[in-house]
Design a protein around this ligand. Structure first.
Ligand SMILES: Cc1cc2nc3c(=O)[nH]c(=O)nc-3n(C[C@H](O)[C@H](O)[C@H](O)COP(=O)(O)O)c2cc1C
Length: 210
């Protein structure tokens, strides 16, 4: 029996099957790895639009900002700040909160402080939703447009811009004490959100990011 006698057709067939299997396994592994990489890239291109809200007005402003960014061709992740641990994978951040007695909601303030380092590494825009009434929002707020207690952290992050938008007060949603407070300061009640100003602000962000 010589060597040639061992090269039977079944052996050649098995060898070819095995090669084909190796070939398929290689391409499958390679393809899946590439797909994952593309997925990571897609997430890396996203802009986080995060908000803190008590009665929903700020959430709707964040939604409007997200819609405008999407319209400009940018991908967004719209999230309640309570549901986010960090900003990993986001290329830029827009963060907003409703104003309550001159402060941001606690979860938004905490998020800003806790993530200061990572926020300082990406472009960040902040917005607040608060003043009610027909006058200019900053005029109603008597000049201040951002919580004093967060000013230093915002400076360290070097935020691109801080916007103050009109808010919305729906008395039917408020607790008895809140109703009393609103009555006491005589804040106008109703929805004063300026969708045009909100959209224009988001469009300016999109321009900077493109
Ligand atoms: C009890 C209470 C306190 C508020 N304090 C402020 C304030 O200090 N400054 C301000 O501009 N707006 C203030 N507002 C208005 C809210 O910020 C506004 O209604 C905002 O749009 C609410 O957002 P949200 O529904 O997302 O929580 C207050 C509203 C309530 C009910």
């Amino acid at each position: 029996m010589g060597i040639t006698a061992d090269i039977r057709p079944e052996l050649i067939e098995n060898h070819m099957r095995f090669s084909l299997f190796l070939f398929a396994a290689f391409f499958l592994t390679f393809g899946i790895t590439e797909l994952f990489k593309q997925g990571e890239d897609a997430i890396a291109q996203q802009i986080l639009v995060a908000y803190a809200t008590k009665y929903g007005a700020t959430a709707e402003i964040a939604q409007k900002i997200s819609d405008a960014l999407n319209k400009a061709g940018l991908k967004t992740g719209l999230r309640n700040v309570k549901d986010i641990r960090n900003i990993e994978g986001y290329q830029a951040v827009v963060l907003g909160s409703g104003f309550y007695i001159g402060r941001w909601r606690r979860e938004a303030a905490r998020f800003l402080k806790k993530n200061e380092k990572s926020l300082a590494a990406v472009p960040v825009w902040l917005f607040s939703s608060g003043p009610t009434g027909k006058d200019d929002a900053e005029k109603i707020a008597e000049g201040w447009c951002f919580p004093k207690g967060l000013q230093r952290v915002a400076d360290r992050i070097r935020v691109r811009d801080k916007a103050l938008f009109h808010g919305s007060i729906d008395m039917s949603k408020l607790s008895a004490i809140e109703k009393w407070m609103i009555g006491k300061v005589g804040a106008p009640v109703g929805d004063f959100r300026n969708w045009k100003a909100i959209t224009a602000w988001a469009e300016a962000i999109a321009k900077e990011l493109k």
